[in-house]
Ligand binder design. Structure first.
Ligand code: FES
Length: 108
């Protein structure tokens, strides 16, 4: 297998309903994982793009969080309907979907 060009990391951490921090899992992250997997498969991108879930990456209130490496672009509030746009605009054409990027103000 050739070295992958991109790595998509999706926070799938789940906390109990009502937890004050909330969680990406509670907000539907698993559906986002499934949509990315389905679209990567359809486009024959498995191998050049790696998809993986992660535990909490720290910005829970903005979830579901999707991170694209090697660019280190962090997306917030990602829904299954955003997946095609991220794949076509960013993964295939190198231009992040700016309106979904975690703003600088989110970082302390
Ligand atoms: S639960 Fe996803 S960032 Fe914390």
């Amino acid at each position: 297998m050739p070295k992958p060009k991109r790595h998509i990391v999706i926070c799938t951490n789940t906390r109990a309903p009502g937890h004050p921090k909330g969680s990406c899992g509670e907000k539907g992250a698993q559906n986002v994982v499934m949509k990315f997997a389905e679209e990567l498969e359809k486009r024959g991108l498995f191998g050049s793009v790696v998809l993986s879930g992660s535990t909490c990456v720290g910005v829970c209130s903005a979830g579901p969080i999707v991170i694209v490496y090697p660019d280190a672009v962090w997306y917030q509030g990602v829904k299954p309907e955003n997946v095609n746009e991220i794949l076509e605009q960013h993964i295939l054409n190198g231009k992040p979907v700016e309106r979904l990027v975690v703003p600088d103000s989110a970082w302390g």
